[in-house]
Design a binder for this molecule. Structure first.
Ligand code: ATP
Length: 410
């Protein structure tokens, strides 16, 4: 950065008032010339500063334009294969494995090394260097060695728990039964139903019970990534599961990558389609009796592409509905287990009053009731706290309380 020019000293002359007029006039003239001189220096400095400001403004405009272009255009992922002389590199685009010789902007040259993942634009110019692959993998997957959720934490869906145990747990714990009978266990299990009903809990509980690693990936993560990356992440997901088997792969919001084919052929749709094809091909090449089980979940069953439901894919469908009255009472019991509940709390009554509540809604209700007790400086939660919590939740967002309202899942 250039140093700012120094400000000239303010001219100063002592002019003796006893001097004869002509000498005083001469001194004043001299002083005036000094002032004009300083004024000229300051004007020149001002012109310089304005020039500099203009140049900076142009630079800001240019960076902003570049930024806009970056934001508005699709970028492709590539890996740097080689860095050559004269600021050139060879990159290999993910997805189609095309190798391209491309220039690197001077501002990027020192930051690019072979093996780096980069985002390139339509003309293959490198726009940015991305996180390392391991970071990207870790960011998009949730990996838990042994989730803490157990079947005892899940209320109101006993039949679904039984079905999941049969379809996912048994092939892991007693594979010989399937060998003896001579059938393949279901390849993949699809849990469908409104949000917050315990689908994720079910998948975690199986992993807990079977000492399997739980690997979760959200469908929305797969489509949010850069072009060419969704299918790579699917490959990574299965690779990760193979490295850590026994493992439960849980793909939440599978509808994000497996919606019914639409007429539109935008590049985004094509990308989603590629991601889904990769998932199907991973599943097709999968050993059904192996140590990896796949569970997917959706609350948009109506939107699903039927291709994923074919035999050998997600061929066991389990509906996880909103809890009924008894289910709600059971879930209330589970979520108040560790609370200091007063004798007057009537769970049967609360179950009657929570028609349409999901398990997640009931969990919020219990927490909210606890908050009312704290607000009233009590360590015991009374029926009145639950009643006020119910009222508050309904007031807060009457359209949101019934979490399944507006969702189609059949
Ligand atoms: N059947 C249930 N029994 C006990 N708690 C439940 C039940 N269903 C939901 N919950 C509570 O709600 C929380 C969210 O549930 P979960 O994530 O399993 O729902 P989900 O069906 O996977 O929802 P989404 O479709 O939104 O992903 C759980 O952590 C749990 O506390």
């Amino acid at each position: 950065m250039s140093r700012s020019p120094s400000i000239p000293d303010r001219p100063h002359r002592d002019i003796d008032s006893d001097l004869p007029d002509d000498e005083r006039l001469e001194a004043l003239r001299g002083h005036y010339e000094d002032l004009v001189d300083v004024n000229d220096q300051l004007s020149a400095q001002l012109d310089d500063a304005e020039d500099r400001r203009e140049r900076l403004r142009e630079k800001v405009d240019r960076v902003e334009r570049e930024n806009e272009t970056l934001k508005s255009s699709s970028l492709y992922i590539a890996t740097v294969e080689d860095v050559l002389e004269d600021d050139q590199v060879i990159v290999k685009q993910h997805g189609n494995n095309q190798e391209v010789l491309t220039d690197v902007a001077s501002r990027m040259v020192d930051r690019v090394e072979p093996g780096d993942r980069v985002a390139v634009n339509d003309s293959f110019a490198i726009q940015t260097v991305l996180d390392t692959e391991t970071d990207a993998r870790a960011q998009s997957m949730e990996i838990t060695e042994k989730p803490e959720v157990t079947y005892a934490d899940i209320g109101g869906i006993d039949e679904q728990v039984r079905e999941v145990r049969e379809a996912v747990e048994q092939p892991l714990t007693e594979p010989e039964i399937f060998n003896e009978v001579g059938i393949d266990p279901p390849s993949g299990v699809l849990l469908y139903g409104p949000p917050g009903t315990g689908k994720t809990m079910l998948a975690k509980a199986v992993a807990n019970e079977t000492d399997a690693t739980f690997i979760k990936m959200a469908g929305s993560e797969l489509v949010r990534k850069f072009i060419g990356e969704g299918s790579r992440l699917v490959r990574d997901l299965f690779e990760m599961a193979r490295e850590r088997q026994p493992a439960i792969i849980f793909i939440d919001e599978i509808d994000a990558i497996a919606t019914r084919r639409t007429e539109s052929k935008t590049s985004g749709d094509a990308e989603v389609q590629r991601t889904m094809m990769q998932l199907l091909s991973e599943m097709d090449g999968f050993e059904a009796r192996g140590e990896i089980r796949i569970i997917a979940a959706t609350n948009r069953y109506d939107m699903l592409d039927r291709a994923i439901l074919r035999p050998g894919r997600f061929d066991r469908l389990i509906e996880v509905p909103e809890p009924d009255r008894d289910g709600r009472e059971q879930i209330l019991g589970i979520h108040t287990r560790n609370m200091n509940i007063a004798a007057d709390v009537d769970f049967a009554d609360l179950a009657d009053d929570t028609d349409g509540y999901s398990g997640a809604d009931i969990e919020s209700l219990a927490t909210e009731a606890g908050m009312f007790a704290i607000r009233n400086e009590r360590d015991e939660v009374r029926h009145q706290d639950f009643a006020e919590a119910l009222e508050k939740i309904e007031d807060d967002d009457s359209s949101d309380v019934v979490s399944s309202a507006g969702y189609f899942y059949q």
